[in-house]
Write a protein that binds this ligand. Sequence first.
Ligand SMILES: [Zn+2]
Length: 477
Amino acid sequence: MEFEAVIGLEVHAQLKTRSKIFCGCSTAFGAPPNTHVCPVCLGMPGVLPVLNKKAVDFAIMTSIATNCTVARESRFARKNYFYPDLPKNFQISMYELPLSEHGWLEIETAAGKKRVGITRIHMEEDAGKLVHDEFAPVSRVDLNRTGTPLMEIVSEPDMRTPEEAGAYLRKLHAILRYLDVCDGNMEEGSFRCDANVSIRPRGQEAFGTRAELKNMNSFKNVEKALAFEIARQTAVIEDGGRVVQETRLWDANAMKTLPMRGKEEAHDYRYFPEPDLLPLVVFPQWEEELKARLPELPDARKARFTSQYGLSDYDAGVLTSERELADFFEAVMASCKGEPKQAANWVTGALMGLLNARGLSISESPVSALALAALLTLLDSGVISGKIAKTVFEEMAETGKAPDVIVKEKGLVQVSDASVIEKAVEEVLAENPAEVTGYRGGKTKLMGFFVGAVMKKTRGKANPGLVNELLKKRLDA
Ligand SMILES: [Zn+2]
């Protein structure tokens, strides 16, 4: 029997506000434990929450950008449970009336384009953090994170493969970063993903019993955990067993999921409307104002990159996958006269290669957009050859010097003086009589050999176009 997977994702994104959702405490990451706390977020008796408007702005912007319908009236609710990182013994979340519903995102995988539905987006507060290992065998609690504004984005169970789940997460992540409502840092937990996954015989309508996966702190880990879990559930069923509804933890070192606890149901939490907060009313005008302020989003920017710059779908997709990368490319284009395709190749090739090798983000790039534009201008105007440009780029990355300074210091200016190149051509032909005979006898592929030899003689500085032209003229004579 052939099985297919049914995957739904729940993303918790930390909203990039300066203060918490219901009090004025700072949301800054990395402060000493329990220094960003007050009676409200510590859950002292008698305190009252006050909603952070900026957090609502951010959640509405996300709703619009993901094609959700924003509710005119939504309501906060108490989710009741006990855990040592939750001082109030309840979390303020939303339940029956979420902020927005019925959205979708378009994803693209090797199998083509596809829409993934978004069930709902609601707002809630984060819990604190238990620190285990550092103080073993004692655990301690840090409440700095308590009350940090979160947005939970719940997808429909529309994904069928780990690859689709990865594409959905990357797209959602890019949108939040474009909107600048979440810093998207998965390692620090500001963008967290839980996955619901079940399998069913291909062609069957009804869903199988699902497991919820947690503890996956990178896109790759989400894909690996899903692939493992799909294989595990398939094996269970093929062995005549039954999949149990439960929450499982991904162990990235062991490369497997492990059972954590039986899955709780919504009614276990005894949700009820939060009596200390008024219903949240979003007038159309508020939504319209935010809509007008939205930046160009990844899909639109990608389409513009293909039409305005004539880039391939692939290049445009890579360049617009991150807002900062797209901004970098456009800054290069704004100050150089070169071909967009060439600039795109340099950004996605040499520059991204350098950043990956050093583990840097685009904002930490040792080569600025202006410096890269200057290099491309030198290349485009024929001052340096493509080969030399690579050398200059490496030097720029090492020393931070401007490209024209490096070219001058190292004497790398391209030789376009025909008499100098002709001399090198004559020498190469004189040194390789057998190849000359071969070429003239029809082995025209030897041209590459001659070009290489002339370039070597001129230490890579000869204008390659001119070298080709002069060689051809001389050999065909
Ligand atoms: Zn506080």
